[in-house]
Write a protein that binds this ligand. Structure first.
Ligand SMILES: C[S@@+](CC[C@H](N)C(=O)[O-])C[C@H]1O[C@@H](n2cnc3c(N)ncnc32)[C@H](O)[C@@H]1O
Length: 183
């Protein structure tokens, strides 16, 4: 990782509550998971100012991969994400989409290796319904806020646990992660 990127992460961690960013340990876990698995195509729903997206893109840059990341808040967080992606030097690995999921989920690539859900918690179930057939075998969905928002996440958690071919586990890190791999 470049020194410039390390500095940018440290800078953004000062305002992580304002922009609802994942914790640094969650980011390191996701980054290492993507590198280890060799994932190439990733989708993030909920970019905010780009903190988690840059950790994902840094991992993908090692795998010759690409991140599609979506943010619905036009003037504030989407614009900040644009600025941070420019500063990061990772722009060529990132397609930053202004739009609301699931409607604005890009049609290509047809399938992803890795999906990170970190948007409006009540909507995770709709995102899963839109994406369950758009993830490669051996691919993974990580959803944030499993322990901090158990009630709004319940329909999603129940649905994915009861859907064939998905193996679901939990990781006690940050606000709690649901990790689901597709067999
Ligand atoms: C928790 S923050 C994301 C934090 C970011 N993943 C990080 O850790 O740096 C959630 C973001 O998702 C955006 N959002 C919420 N629902 C969305 C949707 N359905 N589609 C796209 N963006 C959404 C919000 O505007 C907000 O900026």
């Amino acid at each position: 990782m470049t020194t410039k990127l390390q500095k940018l992460f440290k800078e953004l961690e000062k305002t992580n509550k304002t922009f609802w960013n994942i914790s640094r340990d969650t980011a390191i876990f996701i980054n290492a998971t993507i590198k280890e698995a060799g994932y190439k195509t990733a989708l993030e729903i909920g970019t905010s100012n780009g903190y988690s997206g840059m950790w994902i893109a840094e991992a993908l840059s090692q795998n010759d991969g690409h991140l599609y990341t979506m943010e619905s808040h036009a003037k504030g967080r989407y614009a900040l994400g644009e600025e941070n992606f420019k500063k990061s030097g990772l722009q060529k690995y990132i397609t930053h989409i202004l739009g609301h999921a699931p409607e604005a989920i890009p049609e290509t690539p047809k399938k992803f290796d890795f999906i990170f859900l970190d948007a409006t918690k009540e909507e995770y179930v709709e995102h899963f319904e839109a994406l369950e057939n758009r993830i490669n075998k051996g691919g993974m969905i990580i959803a944030d806020n499993l322990y901090s928002h158990p009630i709004p996440l319940k329909p999603f958690v129940d649905k994915i646990k009861n859907t064939k071919d998905w193996e679901v586990s939990e990781v006690t890190i940050g606000t709690g992660l649901l990790i689901a791999t597709k067999n």
